[in-house]
Design a protein around this ligand. Structure first.
Ligand SMILES: Cc1ncc(COP(=O)(O)O)c(C=O)c1O
Length: 628
């Protein structure tokens, strides 16, 4: 990450303590930063619109599947997934599809032509690093009314033909490569780009250019998923918090480097990979084969035998390099912006027993048919701030337009905002935390694991629950994970038709949206003027739905900030009818030290660590919605 961005955005409370920009008049700075991010995504994907970030690549892919179903005219309930997808992405897609009632078909990308699918998802740069032109397959599947999404690493798109050029309807992926540390798996902003005509079906928030009351240009959240508050269980998705701070960082990376800078960086990464592949090919070692001829940054080498692959893999580990083992005989070597001559020497030594220098004439080996020829990042903002002081002044000018917790209380919404302590924020930019790969071998991450374990223990003590999942990236994802646990619990008892979810009128919009995504039937329970659940109405609805009662989702303290006095009675009632109590503890800090959710009868809970405890709100993310 460029130091000027690290110091003035990531390490600056003016940026990391801001609230979601619901009040446009105190948020023009971060709205402009998000608009820049959207423009980066629009330029690189070639599509007409982009959102202001999603949570991560895998959930963005699952959102693309759901959007395909909303937009596609096909009646099919099958979704096609390219088998060159990353396994973690496929896992999330499979879970989501199951509860929507759709079938996922995974296969060679060419096979998509022969089926009947409402949507298809292709990986562009495949899991083995291979670059394949998707133009023909996309044209063929679109004849069948299949809505097409393409997953791409944002850095690869600096060089490669854009997804829109190949006919894609949606493009998505991670923007981690735009200067964001790996951080043992995140947070990183996912991007999500789409066509103008699909904008009302897109998940997440979109920043739009508008006019203020005096007719001046002003920015605001245009189509935000706060529409969940209106559409409730008919909402398009449950995405609320996204990855604003990370999106701003990635957008600023493009502002700072500009089109020339990012092209230089992407070309250098590719040149490293090309030079490495050339060394393997020229070694004339009949054991070693470069598996794919067209790649961007990753070279897969088939070592011919499991023994040789193991030997190289272990030798690499011994000298501090993690290779990716693909099957028994193949190893993947990936280059990045941080790769250097020393890395090149060590890696070539490991594979061909001779250290090579990066050649002077390091080259682009991709066929010209794969390369993009259109201009990118031509907006003035990407061509004006390339020196450190210009960049610093630009960042400061945006920060000064905004109100964040470093200046004032934010008197808006039910969100319990807090000013993070500097000492909590300091370690996130230490290289020991920042530069750990999410799939690093377990023995390299014992520190991280110990920290997570001890946080889990503390949260178990605070909530009174038996276990905690740290996976969900936002409150809404915590709701999804929690309702999933409830559905699986009922399934384990053979009670698969417990699919009714009771939700009080006053609940946060993500609650009904999440229940819908879990394939549940939402029934609204009345609340009184203070936001308390109407117990008579709840009793009647429990009785009516006793055989199918799956869950009650109850916010505690409620959206009105009320501690429901009848909470124990409510939990007992739900249990009596065979349901489970889901507690939305987004604002759980109001309870900490006073009571435990498990004690009053809740079965599952999520809490928003970006409100309670010390994850900075970041202007609308990163979030952390762990499920207990
Ligand atoms: C009560 C409540 N539930 C759920 C959420 C959703 O959390 P997130 O925005 O992290 O998805 C929020 C946040 O706005 C909330 O206030």
């Amino acid at each position: 990450m460029p130091a000027v961005i690290q110091r003035n955005v990531l390490e600056n409370p003016g940026w990391y303590t801001a609230y979601t920009p619901y009040q446009a008049e105190i948020a023009q700075g971060r709205l402009e930063a998000l608009l820049n991010f959207q423009q980066v995504c629009i330029d690189l994907t070639g599509l007409e619109l982009a959102g202001a970030s999603l949570l991560d690549e895998a959930t963005a892919a699952a959102e693309a599947m759901a959007m395909s179903k909303r937009v596609s005219k096909s009646k099919s309930t099958q979704f096609f997934v390219d088998d060159r997808i990353y396994p973690q992405t496929l896992d999330v897609i499979n879970t989501r599809a199951k509860y929507f009632g759709w079938e996922v078909v995974v296969g060679d990308f060419e096979l998509a032509k022969s089926g009947d699918y409402f949507g298809a998802l292709f990986q562009y740069v495949g899991v083995e690093g291979d670059v394949k032109d998707l133009t023909d397959v996309i044209a063929a599947v679109k004849k069948n009314k299949t809505y097409v999404s393409v997953v791409s690493d944002i850095m690869s798109l600096v060089l490669l033909k854009s997804p829109a050029d190949m006919g894609a309807d949606v493009a998505l992926g991670s923007t981690q490569r735009f200067g964001i540390p790996m951080g043992f798996g995140g947070p990183h902003a996912a991007y999500f780009a789409f066509s103008d005509k699909a904008k009302r079906s897109a998940p997440g928030r979109i920043i739009g250019v508008s006019k203020d009351s005096q007719g001046n240009t002003a920015l605001r959240m245009a189509l935000q998923t706060r529409e969940q508050h209106i559409r409730r269980e008919k909402a398009n998705s449950n995405i609320c918090t996204s990855q604003v701070l990370l999106a701003n960082l990635a957008g600023m990376y493009a502002v700072y480097h500009g089109p020339g800078g990012v092209k230089r960086i992407a070309t250098r990464i590719h040149a490293f990979a090309t030079a490495f592949a050339d060394v393997i090919k020229n070694a004339n070692d009949s054991n070693l084969n470069v598996v794919h001829d067209q790649f961007f940054d990753s070279v897969v080498v088939d070592c011919g035998s499991e023994k040789l692959a193991t030997q190289i893999f272990e030798n690499a580990d011994n000298v501090g390099y993690n290779l990716w083992r693909l099957g028994e005989t193949k190893l993947s070597v990936a280059f990045s912006e941080t790769s250097d001559q020393q890395d090149f020497s060590v890696l070539t030594q490991l594979f061909v027993s001779k250290a090579h220098d990066l050649p002077e004439d390091a080259r682009v080996s991709l066929d010209s048919a794969h390369l993009r020829t259109d201009a990118i990042l031509s907006h003035p903002v990407f061509n004006s701030h390339h020196t450190e002081h210009e960049m610093l002044r630009y960042l400061k000018s945006l920060e000064d337009k905004d109100l964040a917790m470093n200046r004032s209380m934010i008197s808006l919404g039910s969100c319990t905002m807090k000013l993070n302590a500097t000492s909590e924020m300091l370690p996130i930019t230490w290289p020991e935390f920042a530069n750990v790969h999410p799939f690093a071998p377990r023995d390299q991450v014992t520190g991280y694991v110990a920290m997570i374990d001890s946080l889990q223990d503390q949260l178990k003590a605070i909530t009174g629950f038996d276990d905690v999942s740290m996976q969900p990236n936002s409150g809404a994802s915590g709701e999804y994970a929690g309702l999933l646990a409830i559905r699986r619990y009922h399934e384990s008892l053979g009670e698969t038709d417990r699919d009714v979810c009771l939700i009080p009128q006053s609940a946060h919009g993500t609650n009904p949206a999440t229940a819908m995504m879990m394939g549940m039937k939402v029934i609204v329970v009345k609340t009184d003027d203070n936001g308390n659940v109407d117990i008579d109405d709840l009793t009647a609805k429990c009785e009516e739905n006793s055989a199918n009662l799956g869950a009650l989702m109850i916010t505690y303290p409620s959206t009105h900030g009320v501690f429901e006095e009848g909470i124990r009675k409510i939990c007992d009632l739900i249990h009596k009818h065979g349901g489970q109590v889901y507690m939305d503890g987004a604002n759980m800090n109001a309870q900490v030290g006073m009571m435990q959710p498990a004690d009053v009868g809740a079965d599952v809970l999520h809490m928003n660590l970006h409100k309670t405890f010390c994850i900075p709100h970041g202007g609308g993310g990163p979030g952390m919605g762990l499920s207990a």
